[in-house]
Ligand binder design. Sequence first.
Ligand SMILES: [Cu+2]
Length: 145
Amino acid sequence: MKALFEITLAVQLAAFVPLPAAAQPAGLVVTDAWFRSLPGKLPAAGYFSLRSNSGLTLAVTGAESDGCGKLLLHKSSGNGGMSSMAMVDKVTVPPGGTVKFAPGGYHLMCVDPRLKTGSRMPVTLHLSDGSSVIAAFQVHGATGK
Ligand SMILES: [Cu+2]
């Protein structure tokens, strides 16, 4: 009886031990990833689509890139001439769903950009399950081309 209890406990504990990030398949797939690079030292916005390959709800909890200094999760809101943006802690993607980071909504804010138009810049997205996804973002100019 005691042994059975110990086995049960071990199984329960194992459920809480996170797997190494490398052992996990990517739960989210990034497509159409690009930065809008602006002149001078203006921050650049990063846009992409995020598709879930997972049966679980996953969220993007952070991002980093060598080309950006700080890379923040932002959301624009408002319409007409009054637009503002705010930090978000995470962006949730439902199982099998797609979330778009697009002008007027969610975006990555590349605070201190070192981006060259016409090149590609790798970005790492950190996910809520402890894994991460790396995607190459195409760097476009101010017009998005
Ligand atoms: Cu922003």
